[in-house]
Design a protein around this ligand. Sequence first.
Ligand SMILES: Cc1cc2nc3c(=O)[nH]c(=O)nc-3n(C[C@H](O)[C@H](O)[C@H](O)COP(=O)(O)O)c2cc1C
Length: 200
Amino acid sequence: MATVLYIHANIKPEGTSRSKQVADEFVKQYRTLHPEDTLIELDLYKEDIDFLRPTDLMVTAREFDESARSATHLRYADQFAKADKYIFATPLWNLGLPAIVKAYFDYVTAAGITFTYTAQGPVGLLENKKAIHFAARGGFYTEGPAADYEMADRYLKTILAFLGVYDYQTVAIEGLDAGGDSHQIVSDIVTTLPQLAETF
Ligand SMILES: Cc1cc2nc3c(=O)[nH]c(=O)nc-3n(C[C@H](O)[C@H](O)[C@H](O)COP(=O)(O)O)c2cc1C
């Protein structure tokens, strides 16, 4: 029995985010195939997430500070460490992730919980986990001249690897605002979901 964290961040009215539309469908199919798993949904805009403040600085590293043990924002790091699988749904904003996702990772990336320092440098503490990222984009970044400009999926993949999560796949929902048929783009991706939900 796995614990699955479904993390999304979007300010669009309900039912209009393409990343969430696809990820919701994936989650629906996943739940049918894996009814024994526990699914926890985090809408980051409804969570207690803020930019790190001066008072948070001392408590981002539980490893060094016993008083950090009760720091409320570290509950996100604890929750993340306890999960087995992660589903992300994000839009591409100005070549990166919505800032709230980065703020979330500033809570999650906590020494002593999700990574630790060793003589050889930092090492991720998360083992045997996997992640999938539903990445919606107005333009095209999977290949072509803009590929180097994409820093949302790249960040997510990199920070997760830093924490020890190497089993990572991207589902790019792209070209949504490029003048083509965005409904078709979404429905084409939806046809690939049963297999993804089966193997995730
Ligand atoms: C604030 C903002 C910034 C955006 N920046 C980019 C961008 O840098 N590159 C891009 O291809 N699309 C950009 N877009 C378009 C979105 O990535 C695209 O509409 C995507 O479908 C949004 O996902 P969603 O439907 O889940 O909200 C931006 C949209 C917004 C609202």
